[in-house]
Design a protein around this ligand. Structure first.
Ligand SMILES: C[S@@+](CC[C@H](N)C(=O)[O-])C[C@H]1O[C@@H](n2cnc3c(N)ncnc32)[C@H](O)[C@@H]1O
Length: 275
């Protein structure tokens, strides 16, 4: 089936990012995935769907907990991310994972098929998150659980603030850039969407998966290997290297002052599908 324009564009973005996605600078993804699997109250034998599976961080964490009789299906729109996910599944010798190229806005599964549905850092990339949640509620058995992870307010600070000022100094509107995850930063908004979609009020937990930057290049690796690359690519190509050097000089100054902690606060929301 042909992908909608926005979905095809999203797939192309992540196809480009796939090769670097499992890098050390993005280690908060697998750590958060492991914590997310704990939130989802998993046990062997369950049938689980992992939406926007990416390189399979959540799917593999789930597979380990529901083996040998449970199965997890991971879906994503990016074939290159799915290739990386397969490589991770094989590396971990997991035999209970299926992966499919599929749009999380319209997952093609039978109603009430899954015991658990999870979506790690994917909801905010979708064109209509409340509609997606309605579609996901349909897939869950009554009393089934949906678990979401989203970035909380303050994610990537204080270095994101430095990046914004550096971009603002370039002129134009780049300094006003809002990340896609801003729409889900306020967990009360997500909780309202969940209830409107047919879920009970969610349990909400916040944890931080931040770390200390050893070198300014760690910050650049985070930017370049994640969705931030889109933002950097909107700089004219002949100004990028100069921008990188000036921005990293500011980051280096912070690190020398002993200010090296990167915040990655994450909110987990877990909701029961109303019977
Ligand atoms: C930040 S990654 C999250 C990966 C993984 N869930 C994790 O927690 O590490 C976001 C993923 O969402 C996928 N994605 C974006 N839009 C999608 C859509 N409409 N349907 C399915 N996947 C989508 C991207 O291809 C990307 O792999």
């Amino acid at each position: 089936m042909k992908k909608a324009d926005g979905t095809a564009a999203m797939a192309a973005i992540f196809d480009e990012l796939a090769a670097g996605y499992d890098c050390a600078a993005l280690r908060f993804f697998p750590f958060a995935a492991d914590a997310m699997a704990d939130e989802a109250d998993l046990k062997p034998g369950l049938r689980v769907l992992d939406l926007a599976t990416g390189t399979g961080a959540v799917a593999t964490a789930v597979a380990q907990r529901i083996r040998p009789t449970g199965r997890v299906i991971g879906i994503d729109v990016s074939p290159a991310m799915l290739d990386r996910a397969w490589a991770n599944v094989r590396r971990m010798a997991l035999h209970n994972v299926d992966l499919h190229e599929m749009d999380a806005m319209a997952p093609g599964f039978r109603a009430q098929w899954f015991d658990r549905v999870l979506c790690g850092f994917g909801l905010f990339f979708l064109p209509d998150p409340p509609a997606a949640l309605r579609a996901w509620a349909r897939l869950l058995k009554p009393e089934g659980l949906l678990t979401l992870s989203v970035f909380a307010r303050g994610a990537f600070e204080p270095f994101l603030g430095l990046l914004r000022s550096a971009l603002a100094a370039e002129g134009g509107t780049l300094g006003d850039w809002t990340p896609p995850w801003a729409v889900t930063e306020d967990s009360t908004v997500v909780a309202e969407w969940l209830q409107a979609a047919g879920f009970e009020p969610p349990r909400v937990r916040q944890r931080d998966f931040g770390y200390h930057l050893d070198r300014p290049e760690d910050w650049w690796a985070l930017l370049w290997n994640s969705f931030f690359r889109r933002l950097l690519e909107s700089l004219p190509p002949d100004r990028r290297e100069d921008f990188r050097q000036r921005h990293l000089a500011q980051v280096a100054q912070r690190l020398r002052a002993g200010d090296s902690a990167l915040a990655v606060p994450v909110t987990f929301l877990t909701a029961v599908r109303a019977a």
